[in-house]
Design a binder for this molecule. Structure first.
Ligand code: PHE
Ligand code: NA
Length: 446
């Protein structure tokens, strides 16, 4: 494969595509429930720290590789490795990334399906006038109904794969760009509402006053994995986007903007959700259902609540849609690069992901007690290991490749931040990010 000449039309277009990949379930669904399960502020503090010292520098590394290679991830890695005089086997890192996103997409689609269900329910007014207890019970009932969940999961996979097959993700990103500010406004409104609730003070303490004794190795590992997951780093998915990055755009500046937005969205969702948790005397460690129980309660207190709840889930769906496209694209690219037609490759990947997703669907009913490793059922396994182990390992290898293997001149050009910026970035990656990642991963695997 030779170098692509295609570029995004503007610097903004690149930032929009990366934002589309980054902002999604990670911010609004996963961040609150992980924070709830991992002791609150201590987790938040670690997660922000990991975004700074690992997420951001490695995000730059990942996009830089794609930008320098100007090909799909596997070809870029092989091509740049040859340039550097090392083995083209580095290309298998691209395959490892594809395997990672395969498993992530399989549960991402199932949970996005929950948003479809909630969109329909709120449009039908099924949440209005319900007590918090009833709202909680209806979520439980939904999880116990694999048929409804399969329907929504199927619908979401079809939505994702049709955009991927048609190659029109650019159009979706523009729509996303147009509508995302409304999602942010809704989150600000929700956070404003949270201020008026009894639970607000407790929520703020819970989120922002860290109890350092609560930091255990598993909290550290969870926070690190979440930093990678929420920024979409470590699976070579952003590497694929880097190939189309325009010339003359500072990479650090672009990704910094994305990270700030990504953290802000998570914080707003966290404030809204934990205020409800503490107002209602709920358990912050409630798990993956946290957002689906708290947000309908919050909206039901607001004027026109049902309508806005519907709008919220519609926007969330749009946000997860652009992320799922980013998850699917690198897998499809591997097959099309191998000569398969785009439509066929998409259908093949889509079907496989859909099937594996069914294991997550049934993890809430028939398969809930079937454990795979360490007492985890399939959903627990697939929401834990790929984000918390695979993404960091992928990120580590990407970092080593960009900061140690690639010739400095090539990496410097792709970073586009001047010699000083380049030295700073490479110093951080070489002597902070890589050692830290190795230490955390090794102690976790111990
Ligand atoms: N960053 C996305 C989110 O927060 C998830 C994702 C992970 C997307 C990895 C692409 C690659 O929802
Ligand atoms: Na995110």
């Amino acid at each position: 494969m030779s170098e692509t000449l295609e570029r995004w039309g503007s610097r903004r277009a690149f930032i929009l595509a990366v934002t589309g990949a980054a902002v999604g379930l990670g911010n609004i669904w996963r961040f609150p429930y992980m924070t709830g399960e991992n002791g609150g502020a201590a987790f938040l503090l670690l997660y922000v720290a990991f975004v700074m010292v690992l997420g951001l520098p490695i995000m730059m590394a990942e996009i830089l590789v794609g930008r320098a290679g100007r090909r799909g991830p596997m070809q870029s890695l092989a091509h740049l490795a040859r340039h550097a005089g090392v083995s083209p086997h580095w290309r298998w890192l691209g395959l490892f990334g594809a395997i990672t996103v395969f498993f992530i997409l399989s549960f991402y689609s199932v949970v996005s399906g929950w948003s479809i269900e909630y969109l329909i329910e709120s449009v039908n007014g099924n949440f209005s006038g319900r007590t918090p207890a009833e709202i909680g019970a209806s979520f439980e009932a939904f999880l116990a109904d694999p048929l409804r969940m399969t329907f929504n999961h199927t619908l979401f996979m079809l939505l994702t794969m049709s955009v991927v097959a048609a190659g029109i993700s650019g159009g979706l990103e523009r729509l996303n760009n147009l509508l995302m500010p409304l999602l942010y406004i809704l989150l600000v409104v929700l956070a404003g509402y949270a201020v008026t609730t009894d639970g607000f003070g407790t929520a703020m303490t819970w989120l922002f006053a860290p109890d350092l004794d609560a930091i255990t190795l598993s909290v550290v590992l969870n926070a690190m994995g979440h930093a990678f997951f929420t920024l979409a780093v470590g699976a070579c998915a952003l590497m694929a986007y880097g190939a189309y990055m325009p010339d003359h755009q500072s990479l650090p500046r672009a990704v910094m903007a994305v990270a700030v937005l990504d953290i802000t969205v998570a914080l707003l969702a966290g404030i809204a959700i934990f205020s409800v948790v503490f107002s209602q005397g709920m358990d912050p460690g409630e798990g993956p259902g946290l957002m689906f129980v708290t947000l309908p309660i919050a909206f039901s207190d607001l004027p026109g609540g049902s309508l806005w709840l519907g709008v919220f889930f519609l926007l969330l769906l749009l946000a997860t849609w652009t992320s799922s496209i980013n998850l699917a694209e690198p897998m499809v690219a591997i097959f099309t690069d191998a000569g398969l037609k785009r439509g066929k490759a998409t259908a093949l990947i889509g079907t496989l992901v859909w099937m594996v997703g069914l294991l997550s669907v049934f993890s809430f009913s028939t398969l809930s007690e079937v454990t795979w490793v360490a007492g985890m059922n399939f959903f627990e396994l697939v929401t834990t290991v790929p984000p918390e182990i695979f993404l960091p390992i992928g990120g580590l290898l990407i970092a080593i490749f960009a900061a140690w293997v690639m010739p400095a001149s090539e990496a410097m050009r792709a970073l586009d931040a001047g010699p000083g910026g380049f030295r700073l970035w490479r110093g951080v990656v070489r002597y902070v990010s890589i050692p830290l990642l190795v230490i955390v991963l090794l102690s976790a695997l111990w």
